[in-house]
Design a protein around this ligand. Sequence first.
Ligand code: ADP
Length: 168
Amino acid sequence: MIRAVYPGSFDPVTYGHLDIIRRASKMFDEVVVCVLYNKAKKSSLFSVDERVKMLQDCISDIPNVKVDSDSGLLIDYAEKIGAHVSIRGLRAVTDFEYELQIAQTNRLLSHGEIDTVFLTTSLEYAYLSSSTVKEIASFGGDISACVPPAIRKLIEEKYETAGGDAGM
Ligand code: ADP
């Protein structure tokens, strides 16, 4: 059985992430989407539990996808769950340099145990990132093309209660 991990901050999950998850679920026996967080960083819009719940709600129809969270290194998490593949999405050349560096580092630190598989974004989501979604929402813009309706509602609620001053 080949288990892959798809790590990210998912703050919040977008159609771009969901597209990668669906495509990866057809390539691997099991995909574990892992909300990785840094305990020292407090600048997220959604809590880790909220992010996990949002992901779970969005992928509940895909039987071989699970959602989890972890605050450690990806390679340690991957070893813990027995995954040898990390999935990452590539949107543009700007993602590539950063992603290549992380992929090389993970291979080195894991002594070759973890390989990264890159999936290129579907063209309609190439512009999409969690930060863009938050920025649009903070100005009261329409994010319906970026996230599923239930997620959109939660994002808008955050900015309504914070008066447009929630985290980015
Ligand atoms: P971001 O804040 O940039 O959305 P995440 O850490 O949540 O970043 O992203 C996790 C992974 O998903 C990264 O590999 C990122 O490149 C990928 N990703 C994010 N948005 C998209 C998209 N629109 N299309 C394809 N991959 C994406």
